[in-house]
Structures are given as structure tokens and as C-alpha cells.
Ligand binder design. Structure first.
Ligand code: NAG
Ligand code: NAG
Ligand code: ZN
Length: 472
């Protein structure tokens, strides 16, 4: 349904933007050529992206131009609007942009959550440009777009960006949304109750990630240079808030995977892996990575939410010591991040993936899947698909679904390619005494595990925002 919605919405968007000389997207190649030559068409301009900052209008124009010119490789949609009515544009780049490719992962980047952290926003436009122009000539990018659907939200906080100032390396002007809320403190929290009033931008992202099963995600920020991984919050930050930069880590069950993904970014980056401090008053980071809570705990962050609620491996990348550096520095940041941005997304192809099916080969939707010993469960899609990024090793997969006998399957992950694992579930049959016991137990476990928000350890709320933290 979402796919259909996007297509319908897209065609109405294209039609609306027809006040200029752009025709609807159903142009034949001959018509395209004519439009390319026609006087008022955006096809007159060579397709490119400058190293300058793009405000909302300019960014929207670039995205529209891209979607028209590369209509086979891109789809532009909006997940909602900001408080001031700006679209939260998402550009899909893939060889199959309009629909999910069954068995192939959806991945995403979200940038400019803090409106004054501007580098990631611009890098996303350059990444889009790189992907669409290199498809077909660069084998790695061709492979990536043929096997992955990449969703890019260049600005989650377009209102904040509009009031931010180029050259301002610190401070918080433009950080918040137009109603003064920090969007990276606005999500449901695994450890603590989040009492912040939910914002339109946050709701849009929550709905988006509930409809598409993203496998991996990068959240792009500025004000430091580090890859920071879950958990961002901790059950005991009350004790820790008085020690700056020396909190204890809040280790997730997938710590090995998160460290690996963070290192993939840092080691492919021009300087992040060195872990140098941005200033004498800021910490350095060994190998350019850190556990989020170990740096400083926060409540309501987006990455813990992605991981716990949606089984999506999200990492926060701090891309620049200066939050909004002069535009002349943008080529430097692009060079530093170009390879990392691509290699990180390709990590979606590591680990195990497959389908949960019934005895007749039909997909089992919303089966609860868990890697044994990693107490975070995730659900199959409506096609019965699941993905889990794992390092090489032997694992066991636990699968539960209402009405089926639970199964545990052993599998192996190797370095070179992902493991394909199909799990067949058998419907529960006659109700013997032991079946009733087994069934009841399974039901209860299934319910508890598929709803982390129902049984997570809520403690008394601690407002970590009232303490002064580095604010990146
Ligand atoms: C788009 O894809 C279709 C189907 O693969 C192909 O026939 C067509 O030539 C492509 N158009 C462009 C402009 O690449
Ligand atoms: C796994 O299941 C999917 C979906 O039912 C099917 O397309 C695929 O061929 C199966 N693969 C194997 C190796 O069984
Ligand atoms: Zn930030």
C-alpha cells in the first residue's frame, strides 16, 4: 500500500510542478530529448551539484530535477511536513526505486536532524548525485543499486536549517525544530519514559520506519568527529551525569556488530579513525568510535529507537567538528566521507537473511525472529522476509508466530557473502496437554518480545537534557 501511495503521490507532485515546462513523468525518450532542448526546462541546465549550501527551495529543486532526469533510478516522496509546512523529502535511489525488491534490503540515511548541523545535509545531495551518475559505469555502485533500495532524507529539520547561519561552528541557533524541540530527544526511549511532547517531524519518521523494514541506517550530525553506536541511553544515567565524558558504556546485545559497523565507517573515512579530539576541551575517541552512553547518555534519541523498536541497526555519525562550516570546506568533507557513506550501506549485505514460510510455502508475516543470546527481537515483513547483520560465526535463530510451533534453527555466517536461511513453520495441530502448555508459553513470549515498549525497564524519568552536554 505504501508503494502505491508513493507512486500516486509522486505523479500528483510532478503534475503540480508543471507550472514550469516539465511534462509528466511518462515522457518517451524522444519527448525527453525535446524537453531537454526546450527553453524553460530544467533539462537545459547541466545536471550537477555545487559545493554550496542549498536552502529548502534549492534542495527541493535539485531533488525534483534528479527525479525527472533519473526517473528509472530514483523516486521522490515526502514522509510528511515540518511544523512550518516544509516537506520532509526522501529520495530513493535504486534500480527498483518504486517498489520494494523482495528479499533485498531497504537502507536509509537521515541528515540534518539538528538544523544547524549542515554538512550531512549537503553530503546527502552529493551522494544522490554520485549514485545516479555512476550507475552503469561503476561496478560497485551498480551492484549496490541493483541489490539495495537506498532511502535518503537529507533534512529531517528543514525549519531549523533555514534559521541557521553558515560559519557558526557551535551554539544551538537552528538546532531545534520551529517549536523549540530537539528532535533527537523526541523518540520513545527504551530505558526511560520520554515526557517530551512528540513533534510532527518525529511522528513522520516513526510512521516511515514502521512501514518500511530498514536493515541499516545512518543518522548524520555535526559538532564532533566520531561514529557513536547504541545504546545512547542507560538505566543508570542518574549517577553518571555528574561526570562529563567518563560515563560507563551501555552495551547492547549486538555490540560486536555495532562496533564493526562503526569501524567500517571510521576506517574508510579520511580522518575519523584517528579519533583526535575536536578541541582540548573535548574527548578523543579510540579508533574514532564510541558507545553512545559512554560519551554522554541521552533520552529519546533516534538510534536506540530504530534498533529496539524496528530492528534497524542505526549509527550516529558526527561528521565535522564545526557544525556549519563555510561552504568552501564542503569538498573536503565530501572527499573524507564519500567512500564511508557507500561502504556503510553495503554492510546491509552481511549476516543472515531469508524468509519465514508455512508448510505450503506462504509467507508468515509478523513472525517474531531473534538470534539466540541477542535479546532484541524483530518481525518478518508481509513477504515473510527478515534480515540480521552478523559477524562470521555459528548462531541459532529462534522463530515464533501465533498459531505455529516455535522453531530454533542453527546457521553459519561467513565473511564473503550473506547466508540465505528459509525457516518453515508448522501450524499447531491437536491440542494435547503438553501442546497447550507449549503453546501458551510461546504465545506469552511472542507477545512480550514483539512489543519491547510494553515490557522495557521504565524507570523514573531523568531529564538528561537539563545537564550541559556537548550537544552534538
Ligand atoms: C528505463 O527502464 C526501462 C526498462 O528497463 C527501459 O526500457 C528504458 O530505456 C529506461 N529509460 C531510461 C531513460 O533509462
Ligand atoms: C526461500 O524462500 C523464498 C520465498 O519463499 C524463495 O523464493 C526462495 O527460493 C527460497 N530459497 C531457498 C534456498 O529455499
Ligand atoms: Zn546533532
Amino acid at each position: 500500500m505504501l508503494v502505491l501511495g508513493i507512486v500516486l503521490w509522486l505523479s500528483s507532485m510532478v503534475t503540480q510542478s508543471c507550472t514550469s515546462a516539465i511534462g509528466p513523468e511518462t515522457l518517451s525518450d524522444g519527448e525527453l530529448a525535446r524537453h531537454y532542448n526546450s527553453r524553460y526546462s530544467i533539462f537545459d541546465e547541466p545536471y550537477g551539484i555545487d559545493f554550496k549550501y542549498h536552502n529548502y527551495e534549492q534542495m527541493s529543486r535539485f531533488l525534483r530535477a534528479t527525479s525527472l532526469r533519473f526517473h528509472n533510478l530514483t523516486a521522490l516522496y515526502s514522509i510528511g511536513k515540518s511544523f512550518q509546512g516544509r516537506n520532509l523529502w526522501v529520495m530513493v535511489v535504486s534500480s527498483s526505486p518504486y517498489e520494494h525488491m523482495i528479499g533485498k534490503p531497504d537502507v536509509k540515511y537521515v541528515a540534518n536532524i539538528h538544523g544547524n548541523e549542515a554538512v550531512g545535509r549537503e553530503l546527502m545531495l552529493h551522494l544522490i548525485h554520485l549514485l545516479v551518475t555512476k550507475y552503469g559505469s561503476d561496478p560497485y555502485i551498480t551492484w549496490l543499486l541493483d541489490n539495495t533500495r537506498i532511502h535518503i532524507l537529507p533534512s529531517m529539520n528543514p525549519d531549523g536549517f533555514e534559521v541557521s547561519k553558515e560559519g557558526f561552528c557551535e551554539g544551538s541557533q537552528g538546532r531545534y525544530n520551529a517549536r523549540g524541540f530537539d528532535l533527537n530527544r523526541n523518540f520513545p526511549d527504551y530505558f526511560k519514559q520520554n515526557n517530551k511532547k512528540t513533534q510532527l517531524e518525529t511522528e513522520a519518521v516513526k510512521e516511515w520506519v514502521s512501514k518500511i523494514q530498514f536493515v541499516i541506517s545512518g543518522s548524520l550530525h555535526g559538532g564532533a568527529l566520531v561514529a557513536s553506536y547504541p545504546f545512547d541511553n542507560t538505566p543508570n544515567s542518574l549517577i553518571k551525569v555528574f561526570q562529563s565524558y567518563s560515563s560507563t558504556p551501555s552495551i547492547s546485545p549486538d555490540d560486536d556488530v555495532f562496533r564493526h559497523l562503526s569501524l567500517t565507517y571510521a576506517q574508510n573515512h579520511g580522518s575519523m579513525y584517528r579519533g583526535e579530539a575536536c578541541s582540548p576541551s573535548q574527548p578523543g575517541f579510540k579508533d574514532g568510535i564510541t558507545n553512545g552512553a559512554e560519551w554522554y547518555p541521552l533520552t529519546g534519541g533516534m538510534q536506540d529507537f530504530n534498533y529496539v523498536w524496528n530492528g534497524c541497526m542505526e549509527i550516529t555519525f558526527e561528521l565535522s567538528c564545526c557544525k556549519y562550516p563555510p561552504a568552501q570546506d564542503l569538498p573536503h568533507y565530501w572527499e573524507e566521507n564519500r567512500v564511508s557513506l557507500i561502504k556503510f550501506l553495503a554492510e546491509a549485505h552481511r549476516g543472515v537473511h531469508g524468509f519465514v514460510i508455512d508448510e505450503n510455502g506462504n509467507a508468515v508475516e509478523r513472525a517474531s525472529v531473534k538470534v539466540k543470546g541477542r535479546d532484541i527481537s524483530f518481525l518478518t515483513t508481509k513477504y515473510g522476509e527478515f534480515w540480521r547483520i552478523l559477524l562470521p560465526g555459528v548462531y541459532r535463530l529462534e522463530v515464533y508466530a501465533s498459531g505455529y510451533t516455535p522453531r530454533e534453527v542453527e546457521f553459519m555466517v561467513v565473511e564473503e557473502h550473506p547466508t540465505l536461511l528459509n525457516v518453515t513453520l508448522h501450524g499447531t495441530k491437536k491440542w494435547t496437554q503438553s501442546d497447550v502448555w507449549g503453546h501458551t508459553t510461546t504465545e506469552r513470549r511472542h507477545t512480550a518480545m514483539s512489543s519491547p515498549h510494553l515490557d522495557h525497564p521504565v524507570q523514573e524519568p531523568v531529564d538528561t537534557d537539563s545537564i550541559v552536554f556537548p550537544n552534538s
